[in-house]
Ligand binder design. Structure first.
Ligand code: 3SL
Length: 232
């Protein structure tokens, strides 16, 4: 039986072997939730990049360019990091180059994995079904915040573990902790996260509805996976 493990921060990735594994990269608030929403609303492919300048260069290549730093849309870009900004038909048939504070970094640091999948609560079951078919050991890579642990990505790791229970082994403490946390919080995820750092950060920026939306489960049957140099 394959296993599921959880890496709480990209800073801890050096402790894990990625070769032979499927990585589920997750940044619930909000990068990977937004990417999933973008695909669900017709984006054809997404190019996650690390730097603002690198992202800007894609504007001349027919791409939409998206950037967020510290929760705010970066100046001069078509889009920020709110899932709702990708829902009005504007991304239909388009390639999006995107850079965010933590989410796109987590994806880039996972490049040694056999497969990289973008996870969120919005496509939780689609990811779980795919992993059951794939039969590779899984590592959930939490984007965290600037190298530090966060609650929302950990809750997602627990939710995915719950969906994989019975088909995957999980004997390590990171996975157990994620599962226990999710089981404690799942009846009121928003309430559980009210005091969390990034929810407070977003609330200070008056971004309320994004948080609620990013916690909804199974809204979309989409599965963004890394192929060659981008997510498709
Ligand atoms: O850190 C990231 O990658 C972002 O998702 C953060 S924010 O939710 O856009 O502030």
């Amino acid at each position: 039986m394959p296993s599921i493990d959880v890496c709480f921060s990209p800073e801890l990735l050096h402790l894990y072997e990625l070769k032979g594994k499927a990585v589920v990269a997750v940044d619930i608030l909000r990068a990977t939730s937004t990417m999933v929403a973008a695909f669900a609303h017709g984006a054809t492919d997404i190019i996650p990049v690390m730097k603002l300048e690198e992202c800007q260069a894609y504007a001349g290549k027919g791409c939409l360019i998206a950037a967020e730093r510290d929760g705010v849309k970066a100046e001069g870009f078509d889009l920020g990091n709110s899932p709702f900004a990708y829902m009005n038909g504007n991304v239909q048939g388009r390639t999006i180059a995107i850079t965010t504070t933590n989410g796109t970094r987590a994806i880039h640091l996972s490049m040694d994995a056999d497969e990289i999948i973008v996870g969120s609560f919005l496509n939780l079951q689609a990811v779980a079904d795919h992993l059951k078919e794939l039969q590779l050991d899984v590592l959930v890579v939490c984007a965290g915040w600037k190298g530090k642990f966060n609650l929302e990505d950990t809750l997602y790791a627990g939710a995915l573990t719950e969906r994989l229970q019975g088909d995957f082994t999980f004997e390590n403490d990171a996975t157990l902790a994620s599962l226990y946390l999710y089981q404690t919080a799942k009846n009121d995820l928003a309430g559980f996260l009210r005091q969390s750092s990034h929810v407070r950060r977003l609330e200070n920026l008056e971004i309320h509805k994004d948080v609620e939306f990013c916690l909804l489960h199974d809204q979309y049957n989409v599965l963004p996976v890394w192929k060659n140099d981008r997510l498709v």
